[in-house]
Design a protein around this ligand. Sequence first.
Ligand SMILES: C[S@@+](CC[C@H](N)C(=O)[O-])C[C@H]1O[C@@H](n2cnc3c(N)ncnc32)[C@H](O)[C@@H]1O
Length: 387
Amino acid sequence: MKRKLIWRKAPHTEAKHKILDYYLKAWIPKLGTWNERILIIDGFAGPGEYADCKPGSPVVILDIVTNHVLRNRIGKIGVFLIEGNNDRANHLEDLLIRRYSPLRAGESIYELNEGKTVFAVIKGKFSATLEEMLDITQTHGVSLPPCFAFIDPFGPSGIPMELISGLMKCTKAEILINFPVDSVNRFLGTPAYENTLDALYGCKNWRKLRMMKGVERRRRLRELYISQLKANAGAEYTLHFTMRNARNRELYYLIFATKHWHGLDIMKQAMWKIAPDGSFQFSDYTHSPEQPWLFPLEPDWEELAGLIWKHFRGQEAVPPGEIERWTVIETIYASNHVRRALTLLEEKGKLCKYEAAYSGRGWIKLAPYKKKGAFPNGKVVVDFSAD
Ligand SMILES: C[S@@+](CC[C@H](N)C(=O)[O-])C[C@H]1O[C@@H](n2cnc3c(N)ncnc32)[C@H](O)[C@@H]1O
């Protein structure tokens, strides 16, 4: 299907942008306060808007970067917007010039926030642009600043595993990829797509999945991709979110990869906001336009409390930060769910807590800490040995 210059924004695209928005609002200050520069790459930027002037990903990103409440405390932020279609790239550049004027302009490089935000519309292919960037860093022996890359193609072409690995290896990079499972699944038996799928996966093992069918095949296509990200790109932690169309069919997985559990935590919190039942999926089919983003659902606090208790049972002095880290890495929950689960355990008498001091060899319990429902990190430890 040949796409127009701009097209209608589906609810799942809105959901994708909300995930991007929630994530960047937390990621930018987390990295930007400690690093002189950070970089955001929108690898398949699009025209910048949808029908009815709804914002595209470059506008979502630049609005967050330029208006962030902590912008003054954050260093330089570079935003590279790569778009392979010339008409869309020109549309994007014109739109951004109009939206963010007055701008200080170089050659297709624009400055905002008194030079602290620099963005560029790069008219070219994602893979060629990234390859050039990685070559430059290698030739000059420099590394890229900590980076977040949003990689949002229409289909499986143009996102070779080799380059994504190169990006993740060369810097503290976190990536959010639209893995187009619907088209990968469709093209699995098409000889003309073999090279594309070899490049996408960075291996030939996907061929073994041809004999599988249905849900299991899609799951295995995703799992193979994730295992390749871990093996080739050194992604320690990954997370995926399923997007479904108006017929409730799986369209794509948003796959997030990072080397740090803090990044995983931020993305988990963002995804939980869009799927507050913990299903990590969004469907245009069940989405209600009358109540677009009202979610009465919430996490299963009892389940999380049970998981925490089972894991830490018997331990006498656990810092709340360690419980958060474990929760983020080992369960579907995020760090912002932990306090409520611990409060449940406290109410049931399954834990007590103490003021604590760090001795160099570990935490020492001091006096009981009486304030109910509070677990300040660095100040208290939790004792799971009472029950
Ligand atoms: C799914 S759309 C991007 C939507 C956009 N990220 C958003 O959320 O608003 C994919 C875009 O990638 C562009 N594109 C296709 N192949 C490309 C390539 N190899 N490199 C960069 N952009 C490409 C298309 O022209 C299209 O505008």
